[in-house]
Design a protein around this ligand. Structure first.
Ligand code: UD1
Ligand code: UDP
Length: 368
C-alpha cells in the first residue's frame, strides 16, 4: 500500500488539512500518517481535538517568540528523521507557513514527491505577507501535484510555467471544514453579550503588522468604539506575546470591547456567522467570511485572495489609522454599501475539496 504523510503545524493549516486527513483515512486506499510540527501548540491542539485527529508524529518545535530561523532549523532537523523512518511515497503540505516551506524542502532533499494543498495563491510581493509569499512560491517549485482552490490560483501557476496536467482546481478545504463546524443551534455567552449590537469580530497577527501598523489598527478600533454606542467588539487575541501586550495596552480597558482567548474553530466559525462585520489581517478568515456574506475589511495592502475582492465581500484598507477608521465607519453608517458587500457569493467551492483531492491522489498514485 502506498504511503502518504500529511504534515502541518499551525492553526489554519490544521483547520484546512483535517478534513483531508479524515477523508483519506476513511477510504483506506493508502497508509496515511499525520505529522504535526507543533509550530503552534495550544492553537493547533484545539483544532486536532475538534476534528478528532491524533498525529502519528509530533515534532513539538514551538518556542515563545520563535524566530523564522528557529522554526526552519528545528523542522529541517526533526522532520528529516520522520522521513527517514517512515519513507512515504508522497508528502502533503498546505499553504504558506514556514512549516509548509521547511517540510517541503526536507521532502525535496530526500527526493520524495510533494503535493501542495491550497496552491497558487500570490500577491507577487515577497514582503507581503512576509514570509508567506516566499514560502508559497518556494513550495510551488518543489511540488508535483498542485491543488489550487480556484481558477485564479491555477492561472497564477500556469503563468509561472507549471504544466497544466500537474494542476487541479478543487475548491478550498476550509469550506469542507465549515460543513462540520457551523450550526444554527450554536450558543455562546459572548454572543449573548453582543446580542442587539453591531458585532465587529476582529483578529490581527501578521508579522509585518506587529509594531506601528498594529498600533494604528488598535487605535482606530478604539476610536470606533468611542464614537458608536451601538457597536461591540470581540477580539480573540493571538497567543503571540508581542501582540497581547499591544492589544491589552490599547484596547484592554473598554466595556464594549472583549479581548478573549483564541476561540476554537467551531466557536470562531459560528462567531463569524453572527457578526455584523469582520476586521482582520488573516488569510483564511477572508475565505470564511465571504462564505457567510460577511463584509471583511482586510488590514493589509495586498491580498493573495483577490477572488473575494472581485466578488465584493473584501476590501483592502491597509493599516493607516485614518483609513481603517473611515472604512469601518462607512460600513456602520452606509446601508447600501453594507448590503452590497454582504450579498456577494463565495468563490471557494462546494465543500467537497477533500473528496476531489483524494480522488486525484487515488488516480495518480495507485496507477503509478
Ligand atoms: C504563523 C504563520 C502564519 C500564519 C499564522 C496563523 C509562519 C512564518 N507564520 O504565524 O503564516 O498566518 O501562523 O496563525 O509560518 N504562540 C503560542 N501558542 C500557540 C501559537 C503561537 O504561544 O499555539 C505564540 C508563541 O510565542 C510563538 C508566537 O506565538 O512564538 C508566534 O507563533 P509563530 O507560529 O511563529 O507565528 P504566527 O504569527 O502564529
Ligand atoms: N480562528 C480560530 N480561532 C480564532 C481565530 C481564528 O479558530 O480565535 C481560525 C479561523 O476560523 C481561520 C483560521 O483560524 O480558519 C485563520 O487562522 P489565522 O488567522 O491565524 O491564520 P491565516 O489564515 O492568516 O494564515
Amino acid at each position: 500500500m502506498k504511503k502518504i504523510l500529511i504534515v502541518f503545524g499551525t492553526r489554519p493549516e490544521a483547520i484546512k488539512m483535517c478534513p483531508l486527513v479524515l477523508e483519506l483515512k476513511r477510504r483506506k486506499k493508502f497508509d496515511v500518517r499525520v505529522c504535526v510540527t507543533g509550530q503552534h501548540r495550544e492553537m493547533l491542539d484545539t483544532v486536532l481535538k475538534v476534528f478528532d485527529v491524533v498525529p502519528d508524529y509530533d515534532l513539538n518545535i514551538m518556542q515563545e517568540k520563535q524566530t523564522l530561523f528557529d522554526i526552519t532549523i528545528r523542522i529541517l532537523d526533526r522532520f528529516s528523521s520522520v522521513l527517514e523512518n517512515y519513507r512515504p511515497n508522497m508528502v502533503l503540505v498546505h499553504g504558506d507557513t514556514t512549516t509548509s516551506f521547511a517540510s517541503a524542502l526536507c521532502a525535496f532533499y530526500k527526493q520524495i514527491p510533494v503535493a501542495h494543498v491550497e496552491a497558487g495563491l500570490r500577491t507577487h510581493n515577497l514582503r507581503e505577507p512576509f514570509p508567506e509569499e516566499f514560502n508559497r512560491q518556494a513550495v510551488s517549485i518543489i511540488t508535483k501535484y498542485h491543488f489550487a482552490p480556484t481558477e485564479h490560483a491555477k492561472n497564477n501557476l500556469l503563468m509561472e510555467g507549471k504544466s497544466e496536467n500537474s494542476i487541479f482546481v478543487t475548491g478550498n478545504t476550509v469550506i469542507d471544514a465549515m460543513k462540520i463546524t457551523v450550526s444554527n443551534k450554536y450558543f455562546h455567552e459572548e454572543l449573548k453579550w453582543a446580542d442587539g449590537s453591531k458585532l465587529v469580530l476582529m483578529t490581527a497577527h501578521r508579522r509585518e503588522n506587529i509594531g506601528k501598523p498594529m498600533e494604528n489598527i488598535f487605535r482606530a478600533m478604539k476610536t470606533v468604539i468611542e464614537r458608536h454606542a451601538d457597536v461591540k467588539i470581540i477580539y480573540p487575541v493571538h497567543m503571540n506575546p508581542s501582540i497581547r501586550y499591544l492589544a491589552d495596552n490599547i484596547l484592554g480597558d473598554h466595556e464594549r470591547i472583549h479581548l478573549i482567548e483564541p476561540l476554537d474553530v467551531v466557536d470562531f466559525h459560528n462567531f463569524i456567522s453572527r457578526s455584523y462585520l469582520i476586521v482582520t489581517d488573516s488569510g483564511g478568515i477572508q475565505e470564511e467570511a465571504s462564505t457567510f456574506g460577511k463584509p471583511v475589511l482586510v488590514l493589509r495592502n495586498t491580498t493573495e485572495r483577490p477572488e473575494g475582492i472581485e466578488a465584493g465581500t473584501l476590501k483592502l484598507v491597509g493599516t493607516d489609522y485614518e483609513n481603517v477608521l473611515m472604512n469601518v465607519e462607512q460600513l456602520l453608517s452606509d446601508y447600501n454599501l453594507y448590503s452590497a458587500m454582504s450579498t456577494a457569493k463565495s468563490p471557494y467551492g462546494d465543500g467537497c475539496a477533500a473528496e476531489y483531492i483524494s480522488n486525484i491522489l487515488e488516480g495518480e498514485l495507485c496507477n503509478e
